[in-house]
Design a protein around this ligand. Sequence first.
Ligand code: 5RP
Length: 229
Amino acid sequence: MAAGQRRHSFLEKRDYQVSRPNLQVALDHSDLPSAIADVVKVGAEVDIIEVGTILCLQAGEVAIQSMRALFPDKRVIADTKCADAGGTVAGNCRRAGADWMTVICCATLPTMIAAAKEVKEVQVELYGDWTFEQAQTWLEVGISQVIYHQSRDALFAGESWGEKDLEKVKRLIEMGFRVSVTGGLTIETLKLFSDLEVFTFIAGRGITEAKDLALAARAFQEEIKRIWE
Ligand code: 5RP
């Protein structure tokens, strides 16, 4: 086994095996036509397509159905950040074509468990106050994905990625989570995580606000390969 593969053996789980972090594009558009126009340009360049929270709220079911129809072989995620009625929301997402969906970290365990029964996997979005003790309870009920987030509003308020974030991401990985990282990511930000086994980098505006979306996604992929392969 090559050194790169050994280093990232954490990624050999469930129905997929990758040797480096995935790249996920977040479609946080306020209308479906512009999301479709962008995903057509960039979908082939990324590993995972996310119907972002903003788009979920505007055009949820049809947006998920559209992504599934356009990219039948890609993993599609509904970023619902679901707080309640987990089973119902997850069932709706699954029927529309989503593989995975997100729940917010303050949702109750029963909400998360109900959601996890309906979709292939649930990811817990870490926002605001949460604890490692809580995170342990998610693992114990079989939820092994979290999304470590710098919120858009925190970034607007002047927050940036730093040591405090890296330490938390590291600890979550050591606990056994597959950890996705997101929030204002740029190509330059990726190297901050170079010592960590990040599962997926989720980029929204870093791709969708670029002049050439495909080129931007390719640049993310190249930097991921440069660092992790
Ligand atoms: C906001 C989100 C975004 O989809 C995610 O953070 C990516 O967006 P960006 O790269 O534009 O910050 O989940 O809640």
